[in-house]
Write a protein that binds this ligand. Structure first.
Ligand SMILES: NC(=O)c1ccc[n+]([C@@H]2O[C@H](COP(=O)([O-])OP(=O)(O)OC[C@H]3O[C@@H](n4cnc5c(N)ncnc54)[C@H](O)[C@@H]3O)[C@@H](O)[C@H]2O)c1
Length: 325
């Protein structure tokens, strides 16, 4: 099978391409390195079944050429993460809405299946945990930039649903805080990267607020497993799935876990979110997936617990530090 992965050089894309190649498929990947990193896919350059194109999903000509060639599209390219979108809402709308429209409409034109990667941010600040796929969404005001990410991903979902009514084969996955090797090392916005880098370098570990807010971190191997199951199981057709690990941990406990695993002397301090992100940010108190639908239809069961996953991630960060001191 020929597979197109948009955002292939990103954190999740780079793991997905390895898995799809391992399963014997030919992969076409595109990325503009907005956040992705050529190092993430450099080891694949010599593989004859992997073809990389440094091009944008906004470039219709190359997009059409690639979609035409392939049987299925994993659409991962996006301006990602609430913290990274702050201050740049027009770019987010361009990529996540206009870009997704191009991917989906061309896929529809050539009748190619699309797996769209959405997010737990869809649920916004709903207090109705655990979140089920059909739950209400609760968002803050448009004066707070962070909500644009949720909104653009929701528009993406609507596009998929709309085109599926016109015959497009598709599924939607909503990830919950994926982590693992190749998480951006600068830690721009991803709490696990930030804490690991701070703990490794002996700097203060900066917890936003009181740290009682919780997340359900999902190890990247489980994320890829969910994605692949979604693409290969006929029961996934037309459906939306939460792909996450329901194991809930507070951000304060996460900081302690990372500090203890590393035996770090870093002090854990509490800071106001405005120090990091300015006024365009608002935190969410709890975010937990209900994965009954994924379990029932896809047989999706996350296998890697938080401690094991953090240890594996730390190993990668340590190696990376040796390579780039
Ligand atoms: N990592 C998570 O925890 C998480 C959670 C929920 C949803 N998601 C979704 O999963 C997908 C992958 O996320 P990720 O964590 O790998 O993020 P990432 O930022 O590492 O990867 C996204 C990739 O898309 C690329 N990209 C951006 N704009 C592009 C464009 N116009 N054309 C081509 N490529 C472009 C970036 O350069 C980057 O390599 C995204 O759609 C994201 O919204 C991720």
């Amino acid at each position: 099978m020929k597979v197109l992965i948009t955002g292939v050089a990103g954190f999740i894309g780079s793991h997905l391409v390895e898995r799809v190649l391992k399963e014997g498929h030919e992969v076409y990947g595109l990325d503009i390195m907005l956040r992705g990193n050529k190092d993430n896919i450099s080891e694949l350059e010599s593989i004859k079944d992997f073809h990389f194109f440094e091009t944008s999903i906004l470039d219709e000509t190359s997009l059409e050429m690639l979609i035409k060639k392939c049987d299925i599209i994993f659409h991962l390219a996006a301006a990602v993460g609430v913290e990274n979108v702050i201050g740049d809402i027009l770019k987010v709308i361009d990529i996540n809405v206009d870009g997704t429209k191009k991917v989906v409409s061309i896929a529809h034109k050539y009748q190619k299946k699309v797996i769209f990667t959405s997010t737990s941010e869809i649920y916004g600040k709903s207090k109705n945990v655990p979140f089920r796929e059909d739950d209400d969404r609760v968002l803050g005001p448009t004066t707070i930039d962070r909500w644009v990410y949720s909104l653009t991903k929701a528009l993406g979902e609507y596009m998929l649903i709309g085109y599926s009514r016109e015959g497009l084969a598709m599924s939607i996955v909503r990830f919950f805080n994926a982590y693992g090797p190749r998480l951006d090392i600068e830690g721009s916005g991803r709490v696990i990267s930030r804490f690991i880098v701070q703990a490794l370098s002996g700097k203060q570990i900066t917890v936003i607020g009181n740290g009682r807010q919780t997340r359900c971190f999902t190890y990247v191997d489980d994320v890829i497993d969910g994605l692949v199951k979604c693409a290969t199981n006929s029961k996934a057709e037309g459906q939306i799935f939460n792909i996450g690990n329901p194991q809930e941990i507070s951000i304060k406990d996460l900081a302690n876990l990372i500090k203890n695993i590393l035996g770090s002397k870093s002090e854990i301090v509490h800071i106001d979110s405005r120090e990091l992100y300015g006024s365009g940010y608002e935190d969410i108190s709890r975010r937990v997936p209900d994965i009954s639908r994924s379990k029932e239809l896809l047989d999706f069961v996350p296998k890697v617990g938080i401690e094991e996953g953090i240890k594996k991630t730390i190993e990668w960060f340590k190696k990376k530090n040796e390579l780039y001191p």
